[in-house]
Design a protein around this ligand. Structure first.
Ligand code: TYM
Length: 342
């Protein structure tokens, strides 16, 4: 099975559930948007994935606009990249159904996010529903419809992209043709797993709000407060500030956050703070984050203020994405022997 080298194409998405975190910004928005300058780029709001947990309708609508505004505020240029809402392109669900038949129950049972979410969702209204179980298959469809070659994500999504590769390879193998482009994930150099400031063994997550989680809407004082209280360790020697992720996870997290905000390395940040105490490190982290958040919040407010313009961007995005997705779906169905509709 040989194929022409696929055009460099990037695709990635985020759920419209709650306020995005600093983890979403450093692990996802900023690195993902870097690709729009070099790749054909698709960014989207994954509303179908969000409903695996019951959503309040008004909140889901508002959050979908909010996420679109965060993308644009973080630098998405609608003249270069396509921004759309997943449910505006019906091919996602249709390919998702088809790919269910190329996915094994055991593969989905092994997904760590499914295992974690099954614990969180047990006893909730939506429970451990079939959508939650099949979630990575829809994600594979999202990616494969656009022949994405790169999928920029945080560390927690790596397993889903690997499953997507397996599904694509299996489909191509079944029909002896390279119908689907096999993607690879792309992790940012720093910030692939921003950790909770109160518990650096866990990832920062909107599902664990509080002092450990910096939200993109936090004001300057809130950010300072959260970093001031960040958990480090009891080391007070002259070498306390050094980059040693295994030994000093709290300190490493702060160094990585500063490095990701300033496009440098955690080692260089540590070097700059050599001999100082943790108070200085925490103040530096808060300053680095505030310098990124303040202009971002202003830009996001401006985009949200103009809903009509925001809706225009999303409509144009859907009309660019839909024919690409429809062409892939048609090729898949044709390959499989579906009778074309007239
Ligand atoms: P979601 O909405 O949970 O998260 C969006 C992105 O943010 C990253 N992220 C983090 N990165 C670093 N540190 C953290 N603490 C942190 N928390 C979250 C996630 O890794 C993710 O990249 N299933 C996906 C959405 C999706 C998708 C897709 C992604 C649906 N279809 C197709 C790529 C391609 C999700 O729920 O992401």
């Amino acid at each position: 099975m040989t194929s022409a080298t696929p055009a460099p194409t990037v695709l990635t998405g985020i759920q419209p559930t709650g306020v995005p975190t600093l983890g979403n910004l450093l692990g996802f928005f900023l690195p993902a948007l870097g690709f729009q300058h070099t790749h054909t780029a698709y960014y989207f709001v994954v509303d179908h994935h969000a409903i695996t947990v019951r959503q309040d309708p008004a909140e889901l609508r508002a959050n979908t606009h909010e996420i679109a505004a965060w993308y644009l505020a973080a630098g998405l240029d609608p003249a270069k990249a396509t921004l759309f809402v997943q449910s505006h392109v019906p091919a996602h669900v249709e390919l998702g159904w088809i790919l269910n038949t190329f996915t094994q129950m055991g593969e989905l049972e092994r997904m760590t996010q499914y295992k974690d979410k099954s614990v969180q969702h047990a006893g909730k209204e939506t429970g451990i529903n079939v959508g939650l179980f099949g979630y990575p298959v829809l994600q594979a469809a999202d990616i494969l419809l656009y022949h994405a070659t790169e999928v920029p994500v945080g560390e927690d999504q790596r397993q889903h992209v690997e499953l997507c590769r397996d599904i694509a390879l299996r489909f191509n193998h079944s029909y002896g043709q390279p119908v689907l482009t096999v993607p690879k994930h792309s992790l940012p150099p720093h910030g692939a797993r921003v950790r909770d400031l109160q518990d650096p063994t866990k990832k920062m997550s909107k599902s664990r709000p509080g002092l450990g989680c910096v939200l993109l809407t936090d004001d300057t004082a809130e950010v300072e407060k959260k970093f001031k209280r960040a958990v480090t360790d009891s080391d007070s020697g002259a070498e306390a500030i050094r980059y040693a992720p295994e030994e000093k996870p709290g300190v490493a997290n702060l160094l990585e956050i500063i490095a990701a905000c300033r496009a440098t390395t955690p080692q260089a940040v540590a070097e700059g703070l050599r001999g100082q105490q943790y108070g200085a490190l925490k103040a530096e982290a808060a300053a680095a984050v505030n310098a990124v958040l303040q202009p971002l919040q202003a830009a996001k407010a401006a985009w949200l203020h103009d809903r009509a313009q925001l809706d225009d961007v999303l409509q144009q995005g859907a009309s660019r994405a839909a024919p690409v997705a429809a062409a892939t779906l048609a090729r898949v169905k044709n390959t499989m022997g579906y009778l074309p509709a007239r």
